[in-house]
Design a protein around this ligand. Structure first.
Ligand code: PLP
Length: 445
């Protein structure tokens, strides 16, 4: 028996125990896709087969895989100090990372609250918004406005402001009260195959005025949106839409939260989508590429005025919220090493430089069977198919499986394939992803 066979047999035995997240467990376990190694632009599966990473893992590994700078920083830190308590105690790396993030962030967002995931960043941002209004003498501002098709993780706060039906329905009686939703901005009929931001649709932001009239500005804490929806299938904001949201929230004293768990750290061609589109929110949630996915970590970037308002009460704990692993020293070391790579290798600029090539490559798939839309910005793009008569999601999943069988990792959500490669990708690798996709699409009913 070879080593690989041996390995596969022991895998088959152990598959039963792990309940996999957001996964069709029975389907997966019948035909597992197991990754074992990663370097540069490639994964290797357990049989040693190379898989080109078209998704930066799960929108995480923007600096590519196997970066020595990160593993060395992690190894050094874990030896020096593996863990430090985060309540009423500090350690230098968390402060250094907070300062570094404040320097990169849009103007005014100079305070940082650390979490361990995107979901925790979202729930933290929602709590901070409520805390701010209470400290600011407006305790009735507790409602939130999210958006249809929004994805804000899986905490009860996140699914309540989120707008993906499948994630909410099973928990519908337990969702936060006092949440309403803006309409989504996807308009395939009007904007199919737009390159970059659609020119029409900004008026969808004006629905916020209706929601304010309905609920009363004095009851609304914050509006939360992804500047570009990632998980729902790369839905770009129409030109002028985010600016309009900013104007309306500002007019009514409502905080604006941009959930940049996917868009931050170069994905759309700037450190933050907020900078690319010139609209500054009051809070930004991040995670994933913050430390290249190396160690779970998230961060909320917060406007000074929010922090300052919360610091006004009597001396004592100002925010009754936090995590055992907030600002974890090893995760922080990984993040500092990652931010150095982004800067030294000019990866955010690279995302912008390759945007045109990536865009042309993605849109070359336009005339293939069942393709109804292609969307892109920076180094992120999506191809949407019409659903097959075997049900919603079947066609998308078939394309994903074919790409994986042919050595490329893409991401399927319903009948949409999203591509979000590490920002170190080169033109030849972009071609390889698109050629594999083209073959998979042609082979799929
Ligand atoms: N917010 C957005 C915009 C996301 O895309 C995600 C994950 O994809 C999350 C929040 C949740 O992040 P996590 O899975 O790290 O909790």
């Amino acid at each position: 028996m070879t080593d690989i066979q041996n390995h596969n047999e022991s895998e088959a035995q152990s598959l039963e125990h792990y309940w996999m997240p957001f996964t069709a467990n029975r389907q997966f376990k019948a035909n597992p896709r197991m990754l074992a190694e990663a370097d540069g632009m490639y994964y290797k599966d357990t049989s040693g087969r190379a898989i080109l990473d078209g998704t930066a893992g799960l929108w995480c590994c923007n600096a590519g895989h196997g970066r020595k700078e990160i593993s060395e920083a992690v190894s050094h830190q874990i030896k020096q100090m593996d863990y430090a308590p985060s309540f009423q105690m500090g350690h230098p790396l968390a402060f250094e990372l907070a300062e570094r993030l404040a320097q990169m962030s849009p103007q005014g967002l100079n305070k940082v609250f650390f979490t361990n995931s995107g979901s925790e960043s979202v729930d933290s941002a929602l709590k901070i918004a409520i805390n701010y209004h209470r400290a600011n003498g407006e305790p009735t501002r507790t409602r939130f406005i999210g958006r249809e098709l929004g994805y804000h993780g899986v905490g009860f706060g996140g699914i309540s402001v989120g707008g993906i039906g499948g994630n909410r329905k099973a928990f519908s009686q337990q969702l936060l009260p006092g949440v309403d939703h803006l309409p989504h901005t996807l308009d395939i009929q009007g904007n199919a195959f737009t390159r970059g931001m659609p020119t029409t649709g900004a008026e969808k932001a004006d629905v916020l005025e209706q929601l304010v009239a309905l609920h009363g500005a004095e009851n609304i804490a914050a509006v939360i949106v992804e500047p570009m929806s990632g998980s729902a299938g790369v839905i770009l904001p129409p030109q002028g839409y985010l600016k309009r949201l900013r104007e309306i929230t500002q007019k009514h004293g409502i905080l604006l939260i941009f959930d940049e768990v996917i868009t931050a750290f170069g994905r759309v061609g700037d450190a933050f989508a907020s900078q690319r589109w010139g609209v500054t929110p009051d809070l930004i949630t991040t995670a994933k590429a913050l430390n290249n996915g190396a160690i779970p970590m998230g961060a909320v970037l917060i406007d000074d005025k929010i922090y300052d308002a919360c610091m006004q009460g009597p001396d004592g704990i100002e925010l009754f919220h936090g995590y055992t692993y907030s600002g974890h020293p090893v995760a922080a070391a990984a993040a500092l090493a990652t931010l150095n790579i982004y800067e030294n290798d000019k990866l955010f600029e690279r995302s912008r430089e390759l945007e045109g090539y990536f865009e042309d490559a993605m849109h070359s798939l336009k005339d293939l069977p069942n393709v109804i839309d292609i969307r892109n910005i920076g180094l992120v793009g999506a191809i949407q198919f019409s659903p097959s008569n075997q049900g919603v999601g079947k066609r998308g999943f078939d394309v994903f499986e074919r790409c994986f069988a042919n050595g490329t990792l893409v991401r399927a959500t319903a009948d949409i394939i999203a591509i979000s490669p590490p920002l170190i990708i080169d033109k030849q690798e972009i071609d390889q992803i698109v050629n594999t996709l083209a073959d998979a699409i042609r082979a799929t009913d």
